[in-house]
Ligand binder design. Structure first.
Ligand SMILES: [Zn+2]
Length: 470
């Protein structure tokens, strides 16, 4: 039989296609891998891609350059377990019930790892701190879950586990790896090469309390300066490991087939009378978080998104990019491939809801005792911790409201990133409008406590009186 040139070409292509399919080299894109990199206690202003100049973060900056950077992302509660539970469940802490570090995520919660596992993913998590061990409830959906028995581990004892797992995984199946690094959290003590300059090579709560004791309750300016230097060193150290992980994906030939998400569980406070701490801070240092998504197949390099977004949007975004249907329980929005537009209106969707931890009695007392011994830092008086009132923030791209019900603070973020000029008394109508938006937001996310003991009794009574809890 005689074949026309066109026809022979077609036959050749069909044969080639069959051969490629048989050898597993099909060009049909399969499900993408997912790498969730979360860093504890990382301030957004310490990353070059967010305009930070204090320390070089070339590896994080590269993720930002290759993908999407969210200029206005907020955590829901500046505390580790609550905010990570939000990332994994797409629910506000009020809804998943992890309202402080002492509560575990309920086993019946629907999680990102469960959704990906059900979609055929190999799942593995590498955690640096005992607080995140299986008792945290965050292990659900992970086939491999590595968490330490010791209090916390530096990146060089956590990240290599993820690198080894990536090398040994089944390359025929997509993977979901969650790697969390704890280094920028107190104690600040990076390896020596990341801590140049004079002074102690580690600053911890213990050393801060000793310093305060020796200075009549004040932590001197020099100690604060050294703490900032060591904190910046920890950020540089984490950036090094972020580079090691992305280099590994590149070496394995899967970087562009992987949705890389980079964020922090919360930041850290070094001002407003709150120092070396984040849980009791609703200011930007603790509330704003970095959020980067790299996936060149669906997200253009250099994408910048100004809209206000939240941690609860992270899991829906990953599932949308992976083409996996989100569980019905998820509340957040998919932010990609089509990013939401910024809205300036005073409507709930234009704001992130942030909540002060709802403390259990014991942890609240412990915190207050510790904080009481540091009466000032560099001469600035430290704040008392709120443990028996509900305190919230609404963060939008322009306006930020912080209120404990009785008093309110209002900031114009683009004009006043440092939140130094409280406009609440100058703009009473706007403040009242925002408090109404806050109430609407709280009503949309009703508080669901798992146990009566999850918050302290006085606070529970207040919440009950306000109708926030049954
Ligand atoms: Zn944390």
């Amino acid at each position: 039989m005689h074949l026309s040139p066109h026809r022979s070409l077609r036959v050749l292509l069909v044969v080639l296609g069959a051969l490629l399919a048989a050898t597993g080299c099909s060009r049909e894109p399969r499900q993408p891998n997912v790498l969730l990199l979360s860093i504890d206690t990382l301030r957004t202003d310490h990353l070059g891609c967010y305009g930070g100049t204090r320390v070089a973060t070339p590896n994080v900056d590269r993720i930002a350059r290759d993908g999407a950077l969210f200029e206005n992302a907020a955590c829901p509660m500046p505390m580790t377990r609550p905010s990570l539970s939000t990332i994994h469940t797409a629910l506000h802490p009020r809804e998943h019930g992890v309202v402080n570090n002492g509560v575990a995520l309920a086993p019946e919660s629907a999680t990102l790892a469960e959704a990906l596992s059900a979609a055929g993913y190999q799942t593995a998590a590498f955690l640096p701190v005992r607080l995140l061990d299986a008792a945290s409830g965050l292990a659900q959906g992970f086939a491999t879950y590595a968490a330490p028995e010791s209090h916390h581990l530096p990146a060089d004892r956590v990240a290599p586990g993820a690198l080894d797992w990536l090398a040994a995984r089944d390359p025929q199946k997509p993977f979901f790896v969650w790697l969390h690094l704890f280094d920028p959290h107190l104690p600040y003590g990076p390896p020596p090469e990341y801590a140049p300059g004079e002074g102690p090579d580690e600053i911890s709560w213990k050393s801060l309390l000793q310093t305060a004791n020796a200075h009549d309750g004040d932590v001197p300016a020099a100690t604060l300066a050294r703490a900032l230097e060591l904190y910046a060193g920890e950020v540089a150290y984490v950036d090094h490991w972020v580079g090691a992980v992305t280099a590994k994906l590149e070496a394995l030939g899967v970087l562009d087939d992987t949705i890389v998400v980079f964020t922090a569980d919360h930041g850290e406070c070094f001002d407003h009378g709150i120092f070396f701490e984040h849980a009791d801070c609703l200011y930007e240092g603790a509330v704003q978080v970095p959020l980067l998504v790299r996936y060149p197949r669906k997200v253009s390099a250099g994408t910048r998104v100004a809209a206000q977004v939240e941690h609860m949007d992270v899991a829906p975004t990953i599932l949308a990019l992976a083409g996996v249907a989100p569980p019905a329980e998820f509340r957040g929005r998919a932010l990609l491939p089509a990013p939401p537009a910024a809205t300036g209106d005073l409507v709930p969707d234009a704001f992130a809801l942030v909540e002060h931890p709802l403390y259990q009695d014991r942890s609240a007392a412990g915190r207050s005792r510790k904080q009481d011994r540091i009466r000032s830092v560099a001469g600035v008086p430290t704040r008392e911790i709120v443990t028996d009132r509900q305190s919230n923030a609404l963060r939008g791209t322009t306006w930020k409201l912080i209120t404990d019900g009785a008093s309110s603070e209002l900031y114009d973020l683009p004009a006043d990133r440092g939140e130094q000029h409280d406009l609440a008394t100058r703009k009473p109508e706007l403040t009242a409008d925002l408090r109404r938006v806050l109430d609407e937001k709280l009503a949309r996310h009703p508080l669901r406590l798992r146990e009566t003991g999850d918050v302290n009794p006085r606070l529970r009574e207040t919440l009950k009186a306000l109708g926030y809890v049954q």
